[in-house]
Design a binder for this molecule. Structure first.
Ligand code: ZN
Length: 156
């Protein structure tokens, strides 16, 4: 699965990458259909622009109605049926969109604060920007919120 996200949804890009989705930022204008990436199964174009003419809408074009990035994530997961077991958190750099590589704790050196190094066992590194990732409170919060939402969708 791959997402093209337009300029109206800037903050959403990082969150999608944090959940492991291949996410590319694009500049889109409803006036120029040629800007849309070619249609392919499993590839979606996300925008908040409501001015897309109906005849230009395609099954892969999702016009989101939510304002908050977390609500937008929840909206995508609902509309595309992406339950938590389809997410792959900590697998992609939220800045570079590249797959992360495991970083053994003994190679951390001084790359994270001590209180983080003692509290976590698993670390990952981006091969491009060399940023170190771990299961932090931001990721936990977003996962918890989306898991709550997915439970609400399927009452037991
Ligand atoms: Zn990176």
């Amino acid at each position: 699965m791959k997402f093209y996200v337009d300029q109206t949804l800037g903050k959403l890009i990082k969150w999608l990458r944090l959940l492991g989705f291949d996410t590319v930022q694009v500049q889109l204008s409803p006036k120029d259909l040629a800007q849309l990436p070619p249609w392919k199964p499993g590839v979606y174009v996300l925008t908040k622009q409501t001015s897309w003419p109906a005849r230009r809408q395609r099954p892969d074009l999702l016009i989101l109605t939510s304002q908050d990035p977390e609500d937008q994530l929840a909206e995508i997961c609902q509309r595309l049926s992406l339950p938590p077991d389809t997410w792959q958190p900590l697998q992609r750099c939220s800045d570079c969109n590249l797959p992360l590589q495991p970083l053994p704790p003994d190679q951390l050196e001084d790359r994270v604060p001590d209180y983080i190094a003692v509290r976590h066992q698993q670390f990952f590194e981006c091969p491009q920007c060399q940023r170190v990732f771990w299961e932090g409170s931001h990721q936990r919060r977003i996962r918890r919120r989306l898991e709550e939402l997915s439970h609400r969708q399927t009452p037991r």
